[in-house]
Each structure stands twice: as structure tokens, then as C-alpha cells.
Design a protein around this ligand. Structure first.
Ligand code: M6R
Length: 615
């Protein structure tokens, strides 16, 4: 989704802003721009393009050639993912106020922009874009009386909706004002220089000391420091945190794409997810971040999991974990629906908000609704210090490391494992015996090896993938634990290869979709040796009978499936609750190599954003 970066300090702001924008490219965007303050003439200089960062770089070289660029020590930049108005130059940020002295970049949606725009037009303001964001630039100018911080606060008091915003003004040559409500803003604290960004990945190259703004915080950022207050101008203190991401983690490390790197990182990510959390002797797990004693676990009578996209499918796997390992009734909710229904949340319900980024707008709102209804809420996030992690204050980090590729991979397998660890903690506080707990924990200790075993077959999976790269439609079938894994496999294929892929419960095939099968529609049968396998093997035969080519994902040594499959990808044997991990690694590689063969832009698929921070 959109990205914000701003720099103020002694160095050249142009290079820092451009490299920050480059680091946020993974979020997905379709236009970009920056505004710099030229210290020679004290004017704001703006460059915008409809296109990608290399296009912006070329435009900057032409429009801000040396020595101009070298004279800019304060500036802001933006990558825009179009919502209101097409991805054109005039809709790209930054937007300038009428007098050209104020430039703003904005993430989020101003819901009441139309009446505000009408009012401003009535006062003689001219709009050059179709965006909701441009109203902010004019509102700030309208409120300005010499105090930029106050003008931004006053303007924000007038808007309804969400914002992460950074503002510079030619009248304040060493000040950036930033604010947030519902759209993340982090401040990178340096020595004699400071950075503001919507994503810490744009900051960690310069400093690992970060302050996250809370909703309705507004910050004045100068080279000397940052001051934060509420919109009502009451000073607030926000914790200075250390981000443990290393700059190297944000590079491709010799892989062709971030997605491939992240698929291959899974053994290590899984090892980090379980490290220090398995109590083998006691047959349970220790997840200190949830801050719950066995008696607290025992009191919970129902689990609700809220999430979107891949995290939602991981949540569906979690349902199987909680029901089969902890005997706990569990519902999985699409976070976008949650707050618009009247979700029944009883006193002993525990809501798990599952989100890689911790910034997904719908999941954040589900957390808020559950808290309003008095639920016990835990965050299952990857990004440390993200909004969900901070607002829940309790939960489990995945420790998967930064996930840059828009298509989520290692987050899914770590979510599956973290939800299993949580289910074991709940189960042991309820009816699970120590012996059963010890077997489960011993299984978990081997989970990195399960991912490794599939990665060793990368060459074979690539060959299978290349055979099917011309397909236009594809089905993924599974049941039990493999049902959500089939859904995830189909999502991965459609988002990066643009092949129309449907995940179905294998039993549902006969209730309609079988009408679509023929020799042009491959079926991926997700049939490792887990409960329900033999029934899905029967469904493979039904697909074969309709001439669909069948690709089976099956357990090593399960030769029975060979006769019903055109191609087979083998996964190692493992307990049912862990099978989603090796199977999803196989699906990720299959999708990756199909997309690669089709020449797709794998890390940044069209129309997609890494983190969906608007409804
Ligand atoms: O950051 P989150 O886990 O909350 O993101 C949820 C979805 O937006 C995300 O999983 C999305 O579906 C990915 N593109 C899937 O690969």
C-alpha cells in the first residue's frame, strides 16, 4: 500500500528519500513522488511520476540536477497505490497547497473529503487532483498562522477517516510535521538527523532506534529531535524501541526474487518461531508474550480467530489445532466482516488477531471491536511494534524476519506453528495429558526439517511447474487440515501467476465445480497421509475421469496415489497438525515457478499491496 518517507538533517535528502521509497516498493504502488526544500531559494521543488522508482529517479535527475539536489536537506516522498483517482502524475503525492509553500504526503482515506473540497473550492482553492488527500494540503494552508504544528493539528481535527501524514513547509526549513490515525507512522531517531516513515524497512538502514506514533499523535521532527503531542496539543511520551531487523535482511541475498528467498528461509524462520518455546519434559509450550497462567488458559471457553488473506487461511488451520488439540470451540472470522455483524463475544472468549504485518486495517478494527466487547485479545504478528502488537499488548511474535514479497510465504508456515504452540498451551491447561503433549512438542521440534525436505526437491517442483505454466484455470482440492492449505495454494498461484485458481473442499467438487473440469484445467490434489486422505484420493479419480491433469502433493512412500496422478510432489511423513507446513512449501514453489515461467513480476504482482491499510 502507499509508503511515506521524510528526512531532515545534514545529509542530502534526495538520496535518502529515494532509497527509502525503494525499500517500500514491496508494499505495492503505481505512482511516486517527492518534494524537497531547496536551501538556496527556500522553495519547495516537487517531482512526480506515474510509474516506478527508477522512473522517479530519472525524473529527479532531470528536474533536480546537481547542485540543486545537493542543497536539499529536508524532504518528503511517497509511493501511491491508487484509491481515489487513477495512477496519474497529477494524482501522485506530494500535494502542494495553493500558495505552493506546504507539501503533504498522505496514507489512508479522508472520508469526508467531498464536503471539505466543496467548501475549499467555494473559498477559491483550486484542486489539481482527483484525490481525497489534496484537501489536507489546502486545509493546512487555511489553518496556518505561523505555527505549522498547530495548523496540521487543526486541519486533522476537521477530517474524518484515516491518515498517516508528513508535511513540510518552505516557511519552516528544518521541520517535518507527521501524524497518524489508523495508518502507521514511525520515527527513526538519529544523531542530528531524523527520519519519518510509514514502514520501518525504510528506516533501518539509517537507524534502528524507532518511535511509533499512536493514533491522533502529532510529531514535530527537526534535526535536533522529535516532540510528540496529541492533536489537542497535550505533550505525550512514546517509547523509544530498538528494531532488530538488520539491513542485510532486506536484500535478496542472491535469490532472483524476495519470494524465493523467503520460501527458502522457512527452515530458519520456523526454528526462530519455536526457539525457547518448547518445554519437552513437561509436554507443553511457553509463550511468555501472552501473559497467561495455566488457570487463565483453562478459563477460556471459546477461541475466535480474525484475519485476512493468507493469515485467514492460517487461522483456519488454527481452528483444526484448537478443536483437535485443545478441545476448544473455535470460529475463524474474515476480519472485514467481524465488526459489521454483531459478533457474539462472551466473557470467556479469546480473540486471536492473526496478521503478518500487524497493520491490516480490517484486522485492527476487529481487535478494537473485540476489546469494546470485553474479549481477551491476543495478537499473532510478525512485525514487532506493529499496530496490532501494540494495541493488543499481549500475544506471540512469529520471529519469521521481514517478509518483503507481497505474496506471503514464511509468515503462513510460522503462523501455523505459533497457533499449534498456543493450542498446546491451552490443551495442556485443559484435558491434554503430558504424554500427548510430549509427542506434539517432539513433532514441533522437527518442523524446520520438514520444510527443508521439501526445499531439497526444488528442481523437481520447478519441472512440474513449467509443464503447467500455460494453464488458465486450476483447482486445488483438500479436506480436513488440507482444506485451508488448498485455499492457500490457490491464493498463492492466482496472486503471482494471474492464473484463475480455486481452492475447494474436495467433497464440494461434486456440488458444482466439477462442471468446469476438462483436459485444460489441472487439479492440484493435496493428499498427504493425514486424516481424510483416502477420500480425496477418490476425488482425484473423479478428476481424472473428466480428463483433468492431476498434480498430487503426497507423502513419501504413498505409492497408491501414483496411478491417479500425472505428476507427484512428495512431502515427508509427519503428524497431521504439522502437515500444512511441508505441503504449503511445495505449493509456494509450484506457484513461484509457474509465475516465473510466465514472466510475471513475482514480488510485486499487479494491483496488490503488501499491507492493506485501508478497508
Ligand atoms: O499482514 P496481514 O497478514 O494481515 O495481511 C493479510 C493479507 O493482506 C495477506 O495475507 C495477503 O492475502 C497476501 N497477499 C497473501 O499472499
Amino acid at each position: 500500500m502507499c509508503g511515506i518517507i521524510g528526512y531532515v538533517g545534514p545529509l542530502g535528502a534526495v538520496g535518502i528519500v529515494l532509497s527509502g521509497l525503494q525499500r517500500m516498493e514491496y508494499r505495492g504502488y503505481d505512482s511516486a513522488g517527492l518534494a524537497m526544500l531547496d536551501s538556496a531559494d527556500g522553495a519547495l521543488k516537487r517531482v512526480r511520476v506515474s510509474g516506478k522508482i527508477p522512473d522517479l529517479q530519472r525524473a529527479v535527475e532531470q528536474e533536480l540536477p546537481e547542485p540543486v539536489a545537493g542543497r536539499c536537506h529536508i524532504g518528503i516522498g511517497h509511493t501511491r497505490w491508487a484509491t481515489h483517482g487513477a495512477p496519474t502524475v497529477s494524482n501522485a503525492h506530494p500535494h502542494l497547497s495553493r500558495n505552493g509553500r506546504i507539501a503533504i504526503v498522505h496514507n489512508g482515506i479522508i472520508e469526508n473529503y467531498l464536503p471539505l473540497k466543496q467548501r475549499l473550492i467555494g473559498k477559491g482553492y483550486r484542486f489539481e487532483s482527483e484525490t481525497d488527500s489534496e484537501v489536507l494540503a489546502h486545509l493546512i494552508e487555511e489553518c496556518y498562522d505561523g505555527d505549522l504544528h498547530r495548523a496540521v493539528a487543526m486541519a486533522l481535527e476537521m477530517v474524518e477517516g484515516t491518515y498517516g501524514i508528513a508535511v513540510v513547509s518552505s516557511q519552516h526549513p528544518d521541520v517535518i510535521v507527521a501524524a497518524r490515525k489508523g495508518s502507521p507512522i514511525a520515527l527513526g531517531v538519529g544523531n542530528g538527523e531524523n527520519i519519518v516513515a510509514s514502514d520501518v524497512s525504510a528506516i533501518v538502514n539509517y537507524t534502528t532506534r524507532v518511535i511509533y506514533l499512536d493514533d491522533e499523535d502529532i510529531a514535530t521532527i527537526t534535526p535536533a529531535g522529535v516532540q510528540i503531542s496529541s492533536l489537542k496539543n497535550v505533550p505525550v511520551n512514546r517509547e523509544l524501541r530498538h528494531v532488530d531487523w538488520q539491513p542485510g535482511e532486506l536484500e535478496k541475498g542472491g535469490f532472483e526474487h524476495f519470494m524465493l528467498k523467503e520460501i527458502h528461509e522457512q527452515p530458519e524462520a520456523l526454528a526462530n518461531a519455536i526457539r525457547g518455546r518448547l518445554l519437552e519434559k513437561d509436554g507443553t509450550t511457553r509463550l511468555s508474550g501472552v501473559q497467561m497462567e495455566p488457570a487463565d488458559y483453562a478459563r477460556v471457553s471459546r477461541i475466535i480467530i480474525a484475519a485476512c488473506g493468507t493469515s485467514y487461511f492460517a487461522g483456519m488451520v488454527g481452528k483444526y489445532h484448537f478443536e483437535s488439540l485443545a478441545d476448544l470451540p473455535t470460529e475463524v472470522e474474515q476480519a472485514a466482516e467481524f465488526r459489521y455483524r454483531n459478533p457474539i463475544i462472551e466473557r470467556d472468549s479469546c480473540l486471536l488477531a492473526v496478521s503478518q504485518s500487524g497493520e491490516t486495517a480490517d484486522t485492527i478494527e476487529a481487535v478494537r471491536e473485540a476489546r469494546r466487547k470485553g474479549a481477551n485479545v491476543l495478537g499473532i504478528c510478525n512485525v514487532v511494534g506493529s499496530t496490532i502488537a501494540r494495541e493488543t499488548g499481549r500475544g506471540v511474535y512469529l520471529h519469521a524476519g521481514p517478509e518483503i514479497s507481497v505474496a506471503s510465504t514464511k509468515a503462513f508456515s510460522c503462523q501455523v506453528v505459533v497457533l499449534a504452540m498456543l493450542a498446546i498451551a491451552f490443551g495442556r491447561a485443559r484435558r491434554m495429558s503430558a504424554g500427548v503433549g510430549r509427542d506434539l512438542v517432539a513433532g514441533l521440534a522437527r518442523v524446520p526439517q520438514l520444510a527443508e525436505a521439501v526445499l531439497r526437491q526444488t528442481d523437481h517442483i520447478r519441472q512440474v511447474a513449467e509443464k503447467y505454466a500455460d494453464a488458465e484455470h486450476c483447482f486445488y482440492l483438500g479436506r480436513g487440515y488440507m482444506y485451508p492449505v488448498a485455499l492457500e495454494g490457490a491464493l498463492k498461484l492466482k496472486e503471482i501467476s494471474y492464473i484463475h485458481a480455486e481452492g475447494y473442499h474436495a467433497a464440494e467438487l461434486k456440488h458444482g465445480p466439477i462442471a468446469l473440469l476438462d483436459e485444460t484445467v489441472p487439479v492440484v490434489a493435496v493428499v498427504p497421509d493425514v486424516h481424510g486422505r483416502s477420500k480425496t484420493v477418490n476425488n482425484m479419480q473423479e478428476c481424472r475421469a473428466r480428463k483433468s491433469p492431476v498434480i498430487a502433493i503426497a507423502t513419501e512412500g504413498d505409492d497408491e496415489v501414483d496411478q491417479f496422478a500425472d505428476d507427484i510432489i512428495r512431502v515427508p511423513p509427519c503428524p497431521d497438525f504439522l502437515a500444512p507446513v511441508p505441503v504449503v512449501v511445495a505449493e509456494q514453489l509450484l506457484a513461484y515457478y509457474i509465475a516465473r515461467k510466465r514472466g510475471c513480476p513475482i514480488d510485486q504482482p499487479r494491483n496488490l499491496a503488501k499491507s492493506v491499510t485501508v478497508e
